[in-house]
Design a protein around this ligand. Sequence first.
Ligand code: KG4
Ligand code: ZN
Length: 345
Amino acid sequence: MAKREHQRNLVPVLKKAIKAGDKNFVEARLLQEEDWLPRNAGIYKTVEKILEREEVLLKELKIFLKKYQKPDIDAIAITNGPGLDPCLWVGVNLAKALSYFWDIPIVPVNHIEAHILVNWLLLEKNIKKFPAICLVVSGGHTQLILMEEIGKYKILGETRDDAAGECFDKTAKILGLDYPGGPIISAMAIKSRKEQRKIGIKLPRPMLNQKNYDFSFSGLKTAVLYSFKSTSKSTRTSKKYIIEMCSEIQQAIIDVLVAKTIRASKEYNAKTIILGGGVASNKELRKQLGKAIKQQLPKTNYLKPTIKLCSDNAVMVGVAGYFRFLKGKTKIWKRIEAKPNLRIK
Ligand code: KG4
Ligand code: ZN
């Protein structure tokens, strides 16, 4: 399903993005069929070959390529991993087709690095306060990363099972809330501060005191399930229970994330702490991490993206691609492939 949606959405989004970025990019002329055949038949054959498994996309792309001339861009940044194999390939194959057709190179981008480097978008000048400790928290990943400079990373720890965002999503589902659960749990938790009487739900803080930088969130999900099942129907469907549970789920996740980030930052003498990923849009996490840094590491810089730039977006891929492009890390289209298990390094 996701692959199909990608195929449908890619060309309209591409068109909109190029139009927004390149003032001279206009609907140039509608080329005639003779312009393409037979002179350009070979070129088309290659585009068709690249997108042979993306029929829907190929159809749309052909119309697009006939209508518009090459925009004023130097390279194409594309996420090649980590992620879901079929979704990654749709993007990668589109990038390959465009790269070949427009004769510009591709810059492969690591999704996790993009979540980190999007923080540079709003900086007034390039910061050089390294090392940095990055906490990347999304629906698929929870990683603590040591960053020595742009482009040089070491994973210190990561989740052994569910990601933090996944935990928000799965526990929300147990409670009968919609997807994605993160924003809903966060909104419910805000209400809990106004509530007076408490039911007294207490959830575990998995691996909080372990002297490593790994995480585990599946036990938290199980604890929510047990609590839910062992609570009477009238209580567990009450607004009070849901609100209090949401607040406790959020706090359990935040406690572990903040404690481990601060400990890693102390151990590695971090000059900067960087937050990123969809879960970074959680207001309490942003606030509580900020407070802990202020109290325990007052000289440390704290970078977090604007809420809009936390969740997956193309801008972050552009920013990461830009830095890689400057370092000459481009590739020709033939040498790009999707890597579902790509690791930052
Ligand atoms: O980075 P992202 O957009 O996609 C992945 O790369 O996975 O992250 C999506 C995740 C989802 O699990 C979603 O529930 C979570 O980010 N999320 C939040 C909030 N907004 C989105 N989690 C907690 N609080 C939020 N406000
Ligand atoms: Zn993401």
